[in-house]
Design a protein around this ligand. Sequence first.
Ligand code: FES
Length: 245
Amino acid sequence: MKRRGFVKLCASAVAGITASPELLARENQVYHRYGRVALVDSYSGKPVRAASLDVGEAYLFHYPYVSTPCFLIDLGKAVTSRSNLKTRDGERYRWQGGSGKKNSVVAFSAICAHKMSHPAPSVSFINYRHREVRFRNSNDEIEQRAGVIYCCSENSVYDPAHGGRVLGGPAPQPLASIELEYDPEQDIFYATATIGGEMFDRYFSNFHDRLVLQHGRTDIDHAMTGSTGLMRLSDYTNNQVGCQA
Ligand code: FES
């Protein structure tokens, strides 16, 4: 069982949850069920409707803990193909594709899988790049591609249309993905789980003092419950570091 008594669901322990997560849990060695948390507008507190998301814009929310940032992105195209991925420890898992009416909305932990660079109000080295950028791919060749998550700390690049797989740079595993439950009647989302290689224990340990200061609380590993505020990354920080090869 992982930290703070939360339920870590592995393939053998999936009874009692809804059909879709059960299916996912069966497929995945690294499915971590947390609380079901509604995505709400940070300013109004109202649930965020999928139709209100701007395509290509990176939004930020915190899940599954109060200090762990995540990206929400409407990629603007349906992402229906599943991706078979592997953590640094060799655990295999399958990413379920996009969510929402058009299957175009994806969510990932915004903690870089290399040295855990992550968005903070003072600066973000990790960003979503909707327009084409150049980067060094895993074969050390220059590649140009639109729609990538780029960490400018040491140039790890991830593909949000394929489960956050690594396209280039030193990251040893994909970004952990956030499972989204979509309510089609209300056109809103809930975060329900993580799938993939979590790094939260190291994150809390490495950044403890700054996170306490930034969030104004000592229980930085407190679980999100009920709802979590969503805002544009550009509102969260006005210092997004851009780069390309
Ligand atoms: S921390 Fe992101 S590439 Fe090193």
